[in-house]
Design a protein around this ligand. Structure first.
Ligand code: HEC
Ligand code: HEC
Length: 327
């Protein structure tokens, strides 16, 4: 009789501890970085990456030679910007917040609506946009041909003089080198350092089905790239994915951003309307606004003050200061 009671107790305890561990556990492998897949037509070489890097920082790309890619994608801000809308040439107002380019080589599609399929193709967007560079890639190639250094670099990288093929390939090859995987969180995953109690509690909350954060922002790059609606507004000024597809079902859907280096990439959301991580956490805590396309995972969370602070502490472990310094 006694023995039976003990074994029931053991079974009960192991059942509940299993349940408890499952709720807060994570699979380490989920956070390890796979190799970047480089397209066959654009294998990275030192010459290609160097040419792309030079172009990325060169205002030759904008019509009045006033802006480079780095004007809006600033290396010290993990290749994002600190204003809601970065101004384009002649101070023309932008319409979306500039996203971070950290780990961009892993994204399956580009822009906040996910409408562009490759990084190479994405290069054409800022070049042509009236409120970004307002330029023309054929004219840029002509300008580059007048510069002996660009001609030399272009021949060494792609075996030909500067042209649209070279410009788009070289910039993309450079962008794929922007890998950020040395944050405090990565060191924790590699068993090098512990997280503080608050950070660990925040991580557990992030992974739990109480918050659902990791259902959309899970995996090594802290996004599953789901194109969805997180309930920011009842009425959006920006059509989101519908801008590209013209389909009503895509109204106000945006690509889930990576949360790596999130401490450095304020302001937040497609329009930079939230300025701090505390505001972001509060947004999710309230369950957001009622939009017809709001994802069913966005619900009131009832987090207490400490839980909100813990979540923010965890998000700050995703800052990779060596990435910011080295680039
Ligand atoms: C005037 C500011 C500005 C300049 C200059 C600029 N960008 Fe951007 N970039 C943005 C904004 C804003 C977005 C988001 C646009 C959207 O979603 O419609 C963006 C998006 C991107 C994306 C997609 C990111 C993602 O998460 O899908 C990439 C890649 C990118 N830019 C690379 C570049 C490169 C390369 C250059 C130079 C050739 C450049 N950008 C120049 C503001 C800028
Ligand atoms: C249903 C999917 C979903 C869930 C669940 C979710 N998010 Fe998001 N998150 C998004 C989308 C989509 C955006 C981009 C919205 C936009 O651009 O307006 C976003 C944006 C963010 C941003 C701003 C990123 C940036 O670069 O601007 C942060 C920070 C963030 N989420 C944190 C969280 C946290 C913390 C949780 C859990 C409390 C969470 N998210 C839950 C989908 C989700």
């Amino acid at each position: 009789m006694k023995r039976k009671n003990i074994s029931i107790a053991i079974i009960t305890i192991s059942f509940f501890s299993c349940f408890f561990i499952k709720k807060n556990s994570f699979n380490k492998a989920e956070f390890l970085f796979p190799e970047i897949v480089n397209p066959k037509h654009n294998r990275p070489t030192k010459e290609r990456v160097e040419l792309g890097q030079k172009l990325f920082f060169d205002p030759i790309l904008s019509i009045d030679s006033s802006l480079s890619c780095a004007s809006c994608h600033k290396p010290n801000l993990a290749f994002s910007d600190d204003v809601a809308f970065s101004p384009g040439v002649y101070n023309r107002a932008g319409v979306r917040n500039a996203p971070s380019l950290a780990n961009i080589g892993y994204h399956p599609y580009f822009l906040r609506e996910g409408s562009i399929k490759t990084i190479e193709m994405q290069v054409l967007v800022p070049i042509q946009e009236e409120n970004e560079f307002a330029h023309n890639i054929v004219d840029i190639a002509e300008q580059m041909k007048k510069n002996p250094e660009y001609v030399k670099m272009s021949k060494e990288a792609y075996g030909k003089s500067p042209d649209p093929y070279v410009i788009t390939r070289a910039l993309a090859a450079y962008e794929r080198t922007l890998v950020s995987k040395n944050s405090k969180f990565d060191k924790f995953i590699n068993g090098e350092i512990p997280l503080t109690k608050e950070e660990k509690q925040g991580f557990d909350l992030f992974m739990s089905n109480k918050t659902n954060c990791s259902s959309c922002h899970g995996g090594f790059n802290f996004t599953q790239y789901k194109i969805t609606n997180n309930g920011l507004y009842e009425n959006y000024k920006d059509e989101g994915r519908m801008r590209a597809t013209k389909n009503n079902k895509d109204l106000a859907l945006f690509k889930t951003p990576s949360l790596r280096n999130i401490e450095l990439t304020a302001p937040y959301m497609h329009d930079g309307s939230l300025t701090t991580l505390e505001e972001v956490v509060e947004h999710y805590n309230t369950g957001g606004k009622n939009h017809i396309h709001k994802d069913s995972l966005i619900v009131p969370l009832n987090l207490n003050k400490n839980q909100k602070l813990d979540l923010v502490s965890f998000l700050k472990t995703l800052t990779d200061s060596s990435f910011v310094q080295d680039n």
